[in-house]
Ligand binder design. Structure first.
Ligand code: PMP
Length: 450
C-alpha cells in the first residue's frame, strides 16, 4: 500500500495503512468487515474514481445513483466556492435569499405540468417524509381529516427516516426498529410476474395496480391519504413496472381522492432519458420527490414538487400565520442551491438527458449481451439503469452478489449489489466504449465467480 497518494484537495491522503477506523460508524455497512478490508477513494474525475492505492475505478453506479453529470465538475466547484464566499448561509424561515426562488422556478420548468411548487430538503429521506406530511396537511386543510393511511409497495425504498422506512417495503430496514408509522399497507412489487430478460418496459400484469382497489375496499378509500411508489424501484434491484401500471395507479388514486407520490430520487434528472420518470411515462403524480442528481451528488440537497392546488389549499386554510409547520435549517441552503443551479445548467448545456435517451438502446444491447454469462438469472433495463440478477449460491443467498462486487472493485469497476442483484446506473456522460468496458469486465468477473 502506497503512502504517496495525495488527493487533489491537498487533504492528507488517507491510505489504507493510515486509516483510523475506530470512530466513524459507517452507514449501511458491515463495519467489522470493512475494517479488515477498507476500500477508500482518494479522488474522482469524470467517469472514474481513484482509490487510495492509486487504482482507477470506472464508476458504473454514478456514486450512489447521484453523480449524473460525472465527477468533480469544475462548474459546480466554482459555483459552490463563489457562493460560500458571498453568502454562506441564510435562513429561509420568514427570511430568504434569491437562490432557492431561482432554483424553484428552474425546477418547476422541468417538472411535469402542474407540479409548480417546490419545497427544499437535504436528502431523499427528508423528501419522502416531507411528501408524506405534505399530503396529510393537504387533506387536513380541506377538512378531510379521516385520511391518515399510506400505501407503499413491497421492495420500495423511500429512505431511512420513520415515514420513509414505514412506507418502504424492505423488512431488513424496518424490523430492527420496531416502531413504524401506523396505518401503512403495501402493494405487491412489480417483479413477480415479469418475463425474464425483458428489454425495457413491456406489457405485463398491470392489474397488480388493482391491489389498491382491494385495500380501498378493505379500509375505505376515504381513510387513505397517499400512495407512494418509485416509478422504477431502484435500490432493491431495478424493478421495471409493466406498461400501463403507473397510469392505473393514477386512475385509481384520482377516483378516490388519494394523492399519488412518485419518489424520483433515483429516476429524476435524466436517469430514464428525461427530466423525470413522470415525464418519461406520461403519468403525472400529485407530489414528486427528488434528491441525488439535483446537485450531482456534490452537496446534499433534496426537493419536493407539489401540484399548485396542494400549495394553494394549504395556504388558503389559514387566515394568517404559518401554513405548513415543517422545514429544515438548511431548506434552500445557498450553497446547495448554487450547486443545483450549476448542475441543472450542465444538464441543459450538455443535453445530458437527451444523451441518456440516445444511449439507452446501446446500454440495453450491452447489458443483455451478458444473458449467457455464468450465473445470470435475469437482466432488466430502462434508460441508463440496469439490474443483473444472479442465481443465488446454494445455501448462501447474497454471497455471489458480494463476491461480484468485490471482484469488480478489484478489477477497477464500481457496481452496486443488493443481495444477488447487480445494479448499475452510470453517469450520463458515459461513452459507448466505457459501456463496452463495463460489460467486458462484468463477463470476465462472472466467469471467475464460484
Ligand atoms: N428514495 C429513493 C427512491 C432512493 O433511492 C433513496 C436513496 N437511495 C432515498 C429515497 C433516500 O435518499 P437519501 O439517502 O438521500 O436520504
Amino acid at each position: 500500500i502506497s503512502d504517496a497518494v495525495v488527493d487533489k484537495s491537498g487533504h492528507s491522503a488517507a491510505t489504507k495503512a493510515a486509516l483510523d477506523t475506530s470512530h466513524f460508524w459507517m452507514p449501511f455497512t458491515d463495519n467489522k468487515a470493512f475494517k479488515s478490508n477498507p476500500r477508500i477513494f482518494a479522488s474522482a474525475e469524470g467517469m472514474h474514481y481513484t482509490s487510495s492505492d492509486g487504482t482507477r475505478i470506472l464508476d458504473a453506479t454514478a456514486g450512489l445513483w447521484c453523480v449524473n453529470a460525472g465527477h468533480a465538475r469544475r462548474e459546480i466547484a466554482d459555483a459552490v466556492t463563489r457562493q460560500i464566499a458571498n453568502l454562506d448561509y441564510a435562513p429561509t424561515f420568514q427570511l430568504g435569499h434569491p437562490l432557492p426562488f431561482e432554483l424553484a422556478s428552474r425546477l418547476a420548468g422541468i417538472m411535469p405540468d402542474g407540479l409548480d411548487r417546490i419545497f427544499f430538503t437535504n436528502s431523499g429521506s427528508e423528501s419522502a417524509d416531507t411528501a408524506l406530511k405534505m399530503s396529510l396537511a393537504y387533506h387536513r386543510a380541506r377538512g378531510d381529516t379521516g385520511r391518515f393511511r399510506f400505501v407503499g409497495r413491497q421492495r420500495g425504498y423511500h429512505g431511512t427516516n420513520f415515514g420513509g422506512t414505514s412506507v418502504g417495503g424492505i423488512g431488513g430496514n424496518r424490523s430492527p426498529f420496531i416502531t413504524q408509522l401506523w396505518g401503512v399497507d403495501h402493494l405487491s412489487h412489480t417483479q413477480g410476474n415479469a418475463v425474464r430478460f425483458q428489454r425495457g418496459m413491456q406489457p405485463g400484469n398491470e392489474a397488480l395496480a388493482d391491489e389498491l382497489e382491494s385495500l380501498i375496499a378493505l379500509h375505505g378509500g376515504e381513510t387513505i391519504a397517499a400512495v407512494i411508489v418509485e416509478p422504477v424501484a431502484g435500490s432493491t434491484g431495478v424493478l421495471i413496472p409493466p406498461q400501463g401500471y403507473l397510469q392505473r395507479l393514477r386512475d385509481i388514486t384520482s377516483k378516490h381522492g388519494i394523492l399519488l407520490i412518485f419518489d424520483e430520487v433515483i429516476t429524476g434528472f435524466g436517469r430514464l432519458g428525461a427530466a423525470t420518470a413522470a415525464g418519461h411515462f406520461g403519468v403525472t403524480p400529485d407530489i414528486l420527490t427528488m434528491a441525488k442528481g439535483l446537485t450531482n451528488g456534490a452537496i446534499p440537497m433534496g426537493a419536493v414538487a407539489a401540484r399548485t392546488g396542494i400549495y394553494d389549499t394549504v395556504l388558503d386554510s389559514v387566515q394568517s400565520g404559518i401554513e405548513f409547520f415543517h422545514g429544515y435549517t438548511y431548506s434552500g441552503h445557498p450553497v446547495a442551491s448554487a450547486a443545483a443551479l450549476a448542475t441543472l445548467k450542465i444538464y441543459e448545456d450538455e443535453g445530458l438527458f437527451q444523451r441518456a435517451a440516445a444511449l439507452a438502446p446501446v446500454w440495453e444491447d450491452a447489458v443483455h449481451s451478458l444473458h449467457d454469462a455464468p450465473h445470470v438469472a435475469d437482466i432488466r433495463n430502462l434508460g441508463l439503469v440496469a439490474g443483473i440478477e444472479l442465481a443465488p449460491r446454494e445455501g448462501a443467498p447474497g454471497a455471489r452478489g458480494t463476491a461480484a462486487f468485490q471482484a469488480a472493485f478489484e478489477s477497477g469497476l464500481l457496481i452496486r449489489t443488493t443481495g444477488d442483484i447487480i445494479a448499475m446506473s452510470p453517469p450520463l456522460i458515459i461513452s459507448e466504449a466505457q459501456i463496452e468496458e463495463i460489460t467486458g469486465k462484468l463477463r470476465a468477473i462472472l466467469e471467475t465467480l464460484r
